[in-house]
Design a protein around this ligand. Structure first.
Ligand code: NAD
Length: 256
């Protein structure tokens, strides 16, 4: 049986949205296991800081500024991985902008398209640009869906549609990558990241935390590391016969 360390040590990974929150924790986890990581993010300073932190602790990382909804920028991101590290094994699609937070009747077409462009089309473009190399390498893809792909709630149509699209899309990618490589989706529950805290003052944040924790049998919000551990499992040697699946990581908040 291959150990995690042996498996990850030779691998080259791209993590989109790698400059913050869940993506950043996945970058750190992969680097700790010895993989070389492309930290891909639309915010240059976040990507650069995350890559620099990895390098400071002895890991291998390079930052790439990319808008995942732009085909040419995605092609450049994949080229950077191959030019810099010689191969591409692993892809994690974490990049995501914020939903409009409006009911369907108030949702502008531009708002709808903007969310789907990044989360859904971005995931498609990054998979399409990487799949041949990942198949050749016998690697793996993990796409970030969400528990909101499965649950109904008001004011989240754009986000739920994108995240439900991602798990449907992931099944097809898995079938097209087989038998060489795997693809799976992760459906996190509430994870305490910068995204989750956006726009709230300390009082509002405390109220949101208290309210959300009540729904979670494990009695705490998720941490980015909870999702990074699940991502590394799906990317690693112990998940070699798992493909086309959605793994729910949510402290028991939701049972599909
Ligand atoms: P985050 O905001 O902390 O990180 C998202 C990153 O994506 C940021 O660094 C941002 O700059 C980057 N990004 C945004 N638009 C981009 C673009 N066009 N191209 C490239 N990068 C872009 O968010 P997070 O909470 O870590 O979320 C990461 C992923 O996990 C998202 O897909 C999100 O929908 C999903 N998710 C999060 C939660 C949660 O509760 N935090 C729950 C379920 C799913």
């Amino acid at each position: 049986m291959t150990s995690d360390r042996e498996w990850f040590a030779d691998r080259v990974a791209i993590v989109t949205g790698g400059g913050s929150g869940i993506g950043q924790a996945i970058v750190q986890g992969l680097a700790r296991e010895g993989s070389a990581v492309v930290v891909a993010d639309v915010v240059p300073a976040s990507a650069a800081q995350t890559a620099a932190d990895v390098a400071r602790t002895g890991g291998r990382a390079v930052d790439v500024v990319v808008d995942v909804s732009k085909e040419d920028e995605v092609a450049r991101m994949v080229k950077t991985a191959v030019d810099r590290f010689g191969r591409l094994d692993l892809l994690v699609n974490c990049a995501g902008n914020l939903p409009a937070g409006k009911p369907v009747v108030d949702l502008a077409e531009a708002e709808w398209r903007s969310l789907l462009d990044v989360h859904f089309t971005g995931t498609f473009l990054c998979c399409r640009a990487s799949m041949e190399r990942i198949a050749e390498a016998g690697g793996s893809i993990v796409n970030l869906s969400s528990s909101y792909a499965f649950k109904g709630r008001p004011n989240g149509a754009d986000y739920s549609a994108a995240k439900a699209g991602i798990f449907g899309f992931t099944r097809i990618v898995a079938s097209e990558l087989a038998p060489q490589a795997t693809a799976n989706a992760l459906a996190p529950g509430p994870i305490d990241t910068p995204r989750w805290r956006t726009g709230l003052d300390p009082e509002q944040l405390a109220a949101k935390r208290t309210k959300r924790v009540k729904d979670v049998p494990m009695r705490r919000l998720g941490r980015p590391e909870d999702i990074a551990d699940a991502a590394l499992f799906l990317l690693g040697p112990h998940a070699r016969w798992i493909t086309g699946q959605v793994l729910h990581v949510n402290g028991g908040e939701f049972y599909p």
